[in-house]
Design a protein around this ligand. Structure first.
Ligand code: FE2
Ligand code: FE2
Length: 300
């Protein structure tokens, strides 16, 4: 993995992208249905999750007193909104083309973000309180730490290239991953700006770790069952280990170690990932160039 380079201050701008999903096979990682559908869980989570980020940030913006933090939060929102829309495109086109109805699963995710983490958790009308806003911002910061880690992983995951992953799907993952690396400081800085403390940080990460691992496990099962090619189901942990050894998933131990780094008192997201590498990818993303020229990125 490359050495971390800090982000030189620059304005966060979304890069418009356009993907054509017509030729992406259901198992877009040939020969590895398990890794295909583990990564596919991200498409189930991001549309609802990242739009929830935007709703929370919209609510918080008028309370932000530092102009730089506010500008970064606005850039972050614009990037996240586009990420959500692009993953929604995967659900609409790739999943539909292959006859996979994701609604039973995405309905549950919508419920999680709209109710449990929304404005009236368990019916309590606390959405406007500084306490609840801090808990929402802290949850976003913990999630963003994971996404920054995953973004850095996907940019460097040679195993995906060696497996001849579908180039359109790989570009979506790397374009999104690169913007996650680029904006990795924003959520953590805003959480601290709004008074987030160390104890809350620990609690949010513990909660996020448990929920995320649970949803990835459940989502993988859902997608494996929905796959029209009916791949055989084997032990979750053994399958993960096999895919990780081939570099098609991050090693579980590394994911847990990344979460543990968040507990360090001197933790800063700036130490994770390489901004120069992320910007270089964004400058060469095929879907970004296709959108600039009025087309969509398709592999064939
Ligand atoms: Fe994102
Ligand atoms: Fe993000």
């Amino acid at each position: 993995m490359p050495t971390a380079t800090p982000a030189a201050p620059h304005a966060l701008e979304p890069r418009h992208v356009k993907f054509d999903w017509r030729h992406t096979p259901v198992q877009w990682l040939p020969g590895d249905a398990f890794a295909t559908h583990t990564i596919n869980v991200l498409h189930l989570l991001f549309p609802a999750g990242e739009l929830w980020f935007c709703r929370v940030y919209n609510k918080v913006l008028p309370m932000v007193t530092d102009p730089q933090v506010r500008a970064d939060a606005k850039g972050f929102m614009r990037q996240e909104a586009l990420h959500a829309r692009s993953h929604e495109g995967v659900l609409k086109h790739y999943c539909q083309t292959h006859g996979i109805d994701t609604q039973p699963f995405t309905d549950k995710i919508d419920h999680l973000f709209k109710h449990f983490l929304g404005e009236q958790p368990f019916g309590w009308k606390i959405g406007h309180t500084r306490f609840w806003i801090r808990q929402q911002l802290g949850t976003i910061a913990a999630l963003e730490h994971f996404f920054g880690y995953l973004g850095n992983w996907v940019l460097n995951a040679r195993g995906l290239d060696e497996a001849q992953a579908d180039p359109v799907m790989l570009d979506l993952l790397r374009w999104h991953g690169a913007e996650e690396v680029e904006h990795r400081m924003v959520a953590y800085t805003l959480f601290k700006h709004m008074g987030g403390n160390y104890l809350e940080r620990i609690l949010h990460m513990l909660l996020v770790m448990v929920i995320l691992l649970y949803l990835i496990h459940q989502g993988n099962r859902f997608m494996m069952q929905a796959d029209p090619q009916r791949p055989p189901r084997r032990s979750f942990l053994l399958s993960w280990r096999r895919s990780a050894q081939a570099g098609r998933l991050p090693r579980l131990g590394h994911v847990i170690a990344a979460a543990a780094r968040y507990f360090g008192p001197r933790f800063t997201p700036g130490d994770e990932g390489d901004t120069a590498q992320a910007l270089a990818y964004l400058a060469s993303s095929p879907a970004a160039s296709a959108a600039q020229h009025g087309g969509s990125y398709r592999a064939h």
